[in-house]
Design a protein around this ligand. Structure first.
Ligand code: HEM
Length: 239
């Protein structure tokens, strides 16, 4: 590597260094986009983000394909964004309950009664619960995420239904694709702690080599939705 390449790499590294958010910065109840903002792939203040900026961050930060990024970011812009011709989003717009935000989140408390937005901060108790799901000596598997989704939904008067149930399953699925260790198919515990708990790109983690494709993740989302539904039905029959 010549000197110019090296200094360019250092500049890029600095540009994407982890900086925790200031009190005035906007954040979402989503470790995925908060991490991108904490590393400067999205504006660090979390404000005034356009569709292409959001798509670019998903691609550069996590190697999610353009079509897949368009699908996720386009849905979010449409449902949670503001402005007609020049639609923009602030990250805390994603916390508005009943659009993409739903109850029974993995590590965030439900929207308090009488308010419109869910809390953006990770709840320490729920986070501790999440860490109990991997088997001893293992990382977090897709099956562990499915069991956690079941247990969170069983606490609701009625489990999530329709498309929002698949949205809820799509969140751990995309996190799994981005953060998993390719060989084990699990998210190692330290990675889990840094990504979910601190909303930062974990030490030693590298952006997935293979792009994360839309139909590949939709397939996994649908099978997780089905297995969570079956597990919930089975638990209800036992009661
Ligand atoms: C434009 C892209 C994205 C948007 C608009 C978005 C939006 C959201 C929203 C609104 C929630 C809150 C749902 C709730 O629990 O009520 C959420 C949760 C979540 N997101 Fe994202 N997300 C995006 C990308 C990502 C990516 C790339 C990842 C993983 C790398 C990710 C991982 C998660 C996880 C794991 C949760 C669940 C948090 C919890 O249940 O406590 N998201 N996302």
């Amino acid at each position: 590597m010549d000197e110019q390449d090296h200094s360019q790499q250092l500049r890029q590294h600095d540009q994407h260094a982890y900086i925790p958010p200031k009190a005035t910065d906007r954040r979402a109840p989503c470790p995925g986009v908060n991490t991108l903002a904490n590393h400067g792939y999205l504006p660090r203040d979390g404000k005034d983000i356009g569709l292409f900026k959001l798509m670019g961050a998903l691609r550069h930060g996590y190697n999610i394909t353009w079509i897949h990024s368009l699908f996720i970011a386009g849905t979010a812009m449409f449902l949670c964004g503001h402005g007609f011709f020049r639609r923009r989003i602030n990250l805390d717009d994603l916390a508005v309950h009943g659009k993409l935000e739903h109850d029974a989140s993995l590590i965030h408390r439900d929207t308090p009664i009488g308010t419109k937005r869910a809390p953006n901060d990770v709840d320490p108790e729920l986070f501790k619960e999440l860490l109990k799901y991997p088997a001893p000596g293992h990382g977090m598997s897709l099956h562990d995420f499915a069991r956690l989704r079941r247990d969170r939904e069983l606490l609701l008067p009625r489990p999530l239904e329709g498309w929002i149930k698949s949205v809820a399953c799509s969140e751990p699925v995309i996190a799994w694709f981005v953060m998993r260790d390719e060989a084990s198919g699990e998210i190692p515990i330290e990675r889990l702690k840094q990504f979910f708990g601190e909303e930062r790109l974990p030490d030693g983690w590298a952006r997935p080599k293979q792009p994360i494709r839309l139909f590949q993740s939709l397939g996994v989302v649908f099978s997780m939705t089905e297995s969570v539904t079956k597990m919930i039905d089975a638990s209800r029959k036992l009661d």
